[in-house]
Write a protein that binds this ligand. Structure first.
Ligand SMILES: *Cc1c(COP(=O)(O)O)cnc(C)c1O
Length: 429
């Protein structure tokens, strides 16, 4: 019989991994707060919040209690022709957080699906408004929107590995990534602030474009870049001028991560369609939501076929809704803004010395996100091995070494994360 480790290597796919030379993995036995405990008893801080999800840390008692109570009553029921308290309760709580016009909620089962639903909504709304020719989507370079086909087609063409899928992938339209960084002065000249490229594109091809999709302010898995919020305001105006819908993908940035409840609040921009996911359930389980404005929902519902053509089996799963509602209750207790601000301050001070390291190209911090961009790609297995040794779990990609720790991370725990990051950044000359 294979050992557990050998079985894993031989039979279980891991993200973005092959089967012949699978990357190293640590076996996690349990998790609590910021800590992961490995099977051999080693403890590591989850400096990634398990890919942005575990904002309150792992196994938060309030989330466990909410899910346990729901599990005893109604773990799952289909959403077609039925509804339930957790879905309604969560809907009320989401609307209380969202800007006024955004109020038609579609519960999806993962972030990628939420993006697919957003794209379908946009397309159906355009058809209903008499624009059946608007079948394409536009985005900025450097983005990430998920791994399903249509979402993947809108990821950065290079880091999104479009090349591997050839002509099977729908060709979308890209403008350069927003060029002005968060915190820099905003040049009004559209040639310099990136909006000229959008205006040009819309001027030429607006009758083919259903929607423009992007992540507000923080581009996550496509390159961990932070751009100027004024770009979103300009983009909103251009979309309105040309009848193009604006989709904001807040799947990574939502629920306080950037220092605001939603990153779009940095720009005071309201999209036509919003995608939420990741930290929505506080990291307890896969769940997401796509939220449309009344106008979009009405266009879809009055046009032909008059219904939104999507309906996942596990839509509005009660366990997920209960976890998400409990997570929003935790956020409503109001500790997160001070926690995120303290993390931001400490990350800014503690990662600053990395700027002087010869292998480092850039250091950037926003909210509870800290990024060291190296000049050369990092040796991921080397970083992985070091993690166990230093007690910090990090998962770099390419030239990016970054952390987005749980909001409950203490100053000492955060110091351990930043020290480990500095050590790793110092390896490269
Ligand atoms: C993670 C992510 C997605 C995809 O979510 P999944 O739950 O992995 O399908 C989409 N958009 C953004 C911005 C993300 O960070």
């Amino acid at each position: 019989m294979l050992s557990d480790r050998a079985f894993d290597a031989a039979h279980l796919w891991h993200p973005y991994a092959g089967m012949t030379t699978p990357g190293p993995v640590h076996e996690v036995a349990e998790a609590e707060g910021v800590w992961l405990t490995l099977r051999d008893g080693t403890r590591m801080i989850d400096a990634m919040s398990s890919w942005w999800c575990a904002a309150h840390g792992h196994r938060h008692p309030a989330l466990v209690a909410a899910m346990t109570a729901q599990l005893q009553r109604l773990p799952h029921v289909m959403f077609g022709g039925l509804t339930h308290g957790p879905a309604i309760d969560l809907g009320r709580k989401l609307l209380a957080l969202l800007p006024e016009g955004l109020n038609r909620i579609f519960y999806a089962d993962s972030g990628s699906v939420a993006v697919e639903v957003a794209l379908k909504m946009a397309l159906q709304a355009q058809v209903a408004r008499g624009h059946p020719g608007r079948t394409r989507f536009a985005s900025v370079r450097g983005g990430y929107h998920g791994d399903t086909w249509k979402a993947m087609s809108l990821c950065d063409p290079e880091t999104g590995m479009h090349g591997h899928f050839g002509s099977a992938l729908a060709p979308q339209i890209f403008v350069p990534a927003p060029p002005v960084r968060f915190g820099d002065a905003w040049p009004e000249d559209p040639e310099r602030n990136g909006l000229a490229a959008v205006a040009d594109l819309f001027g030429r091809q607006h009758d083919q474009i259903a929607a423009f999709i992007l992540e507000p302010v923080v581009q996550g898995a496509g390159g961990m870049r932070f751009y100027h919020p004024a770009y979103l305001r300009g983009l909103r105006d251009l979309c309105d001028q040309h009848g193009i819908l604006l989709i904001l993908d807040e799947i990574a940035t939502g629920f306080g991560r950037t220092g605001r409840m939603f990153a779009m609040e940095h720009a005071a921009v309201v999209p036509d369609i919003l995608c939420l996911g990741k930290a929505l359930t506080g990291g307890m389980m896969s769940f997401a939501a796509t939220i449309a404005t009344t106008a979009v929902a009405q266009a879809i519902s009055t046009g032909s076929p008059g219904v939104l053509m999507h309906g996942p089996t596990f839509m509005a799963n009660p366990l997920a809704c209960a976890a998400a509602a409990a997570s929003l209750d935790l956020l409503a207790m109001g500790e997160w803004p001070a926690q995120v601000a303290a993390i931001e301050t400490q990350l800014s001070a503690a990662l600053a010395p990395a700027r002087a390291l010869p292998g480092v190209a850039d250091v950037r911090i926003l909210g509870a996100i800290g990024v060291i961009e190296m000049r050369q790609p990092l040796d991921a297995p080397h970083v992985h091995a070091h993690a166990r040794h230093s007690g910090v779990f990090l998962r770099p990609f390419g030239r990016l070494l970054y952390t987005m720790p749980p909001y409950i991370t203490t100053p000492d725990e955060l110091s351990l994360i930043t020290q480990t990051m500095l050590e790793i950044a110092g390896w490269h000359q």
